[in-house]
Design a protein around this ligand. Structure first.
Ligand SMILES: [Mg+2]
Length: 427
């Protein structure tokens, strides 16, 4: 590619991919329970102009392998050549194995494996473009339509602590009272204006009771429930009947486009997904079947910020709502999510974030935080966050020590419940 020479030109010279491990509380879900540490990867993309672009990605072994293979193919790429990035990553990965870093974000696929790799580098290139021009990433994405991005309080059933460890600072939440107390703490501390409960953990009647308790305690807060496809279609019908008019939306009650369509056919309750529509190929059949009314985007696996905006346009065309999904993440990802949401006009639902559950961070403090239920777009150029090199080194040491190399919610649950399989649907 030939590009005009301007003072904002820069090309990639080298890339560092650093796996890190961060402490994670025992959050329960349909598959099992979070391990003691969650894995992430921090990318530092350096250029001949002396700039460093940041990104944050999954940190499991298959992801690291793909990131490192793609890194080797990106030297000399202009920071402006995002289409070139797509081509080079696709060629570098060749016949990549289908994979997904978590079963909670849908089935593994080749498309998703390539898309998540592209995304990791694309975010870093946007950070570089911003640093080269003095512009924020949201400005490069078309301009901020909102300077404050609302996020929802992500509520989890959880144990008091990991088995054999001291109780953590978050406390136990295993029943409606525990969930309401947890919601109260998060709302008091962060000002959240909407609440999402990760369900699929206990029999649906107990989770319905928790939602009703939240409704009583927070009469003005929109509520969501996400059992991660741990219910049969019949169970989903039963729950939808009881929570119609109570929930803002019900997320992935049953598995697959067919299952969701069967549920949708018999309820007015809006159904949302980050499991049955996770690639562009999923959209036509989901729309044809009327399976969902809201899609949860996630730039980490949809292919980056541009791909997420393309998804937003498709949702607009087909009258689908748009929300945002989250996995465990740190501040670099929170910044990317915030810039994207700030620049996406039809992303009108409060976004998900796990950030309130993380006690460790890899960026310097002060740039980004949840206040009054929202995250203000960082004012600095690019993503507007700065890596804390000491924290990066410490969290990498923690990665080397912890021995975890792939997310596995089943094995730690089996340590407590030996017969646990994680198979779904359980209810
Ligand atoms: Mg979900």
């Amino acid at each position: 590619m030939s590009t005009p020479t301007t003072r904002t030109d820069a090309t990639i010279t080298d890339i560092t991919v650093t796996p890190i491990a961060v402490q994670d509380p025992p959050l329960l879900n349909s598959v099992g329970v979070h391990q003691s540490y969650a894995l992430r990867a921090i990318l530092q993309v350096r250029t001949d102009a002396g700039l460093v672009g940041l990104s944050e990605a999954y940190g499991d072994d298959p992801t690291l392998d793909r990131l490192n293979r793609a890194s080797a193919a990106l030297a000399g790429l202009s920071i402006w050549d995002l289409n070139g990035l797509n081509r080079r990553v696709a060629v570098a990965l060749g016949e990549v194995a289908p994979d997904s870093p978590t079963e909670l974000a849908g089935a593994p696929s080749v498309a998703k494996a390539i898309a998540s790799t592209v995304s990791a580098f694309e975010v870093a290139l946007y950070d570089l473009q911003g640093k080269a021009t003095g512009l924020r990433v949201c400005d490069l994405l078309g301009g901020a339509v909102r300077e404050e991005v609302p996020f929802s309080a992500y509520l989890f059933y959880k144990w008091a602590g990991h088995p054999g460890a001291e109780p953590d600072s978050f406390g136990e939440a295993l029943d409606p009272d525990g969930i309401v107390a947890q919601a109260r703490r998060l709302v008091d501390r962060y000002g959240f204006g909407s609440l999402k409960l990760k369900g699929g953990v206990f029999p649906p009647e107990e989770e319905i009771a928790a939602i009703r308790a939240l409704r009583d305690a927070f009469p003005g807060h929109p509520l969501r429930l996400d059992p991660n496809a741990n219910w049969t279609v019949e169970t989903s019908h039963r729950v939808a009947e009881q929570l119609s008019g109570v929930l803002e939306y019900l997320e992935d009650p049953a598995g697959g486009i067919d299952g969701m369509a069967q549920v949708a056919a018999r309820t007015d309750l809006p159904l949302a997904t980050n499991m049955c529509v996770t690639t562009f190929d999923d959209i036509p059949p989901a729309v044809a079947a009327g399976a969902v009314r809201i899609v949860l985007s996630d730039h980490h696996f949809w292919g980056g910020l541009r791909a997420s905006q393309k998804l937003a346009g498709i949702c607009e065309t087909f009258g689908l709502g748009l929300s945002m999904h989250s996995n465990t993440h740190l501040g670099v990802s929170l910044a990317a999510m915030t810039h994207l949401a700030a620049a996406t006009s039809n992303l009108t639902y409060a976004c998900d974030t796990h950030s309130v559950w993380q006690v460790e961070e890899v960026i310097e403090p002060g740039a980004i935080a949840v206040r009054d239920g929202a995250v203000r777009v960082p004012p600095g150029p690019g993503l507007g966050v700065t890596l804390d090199e000491d924290s990066l080194a410490r969290l990498h040491e923690q990665y080397l020590r912890c021995g975890i190399r792939r997310r596995d919610d089943i094995t730690p649950m089996r340590a407590v419940h030996p017969d646990w399989t994680g198979a779904r649907p359980r209810f």
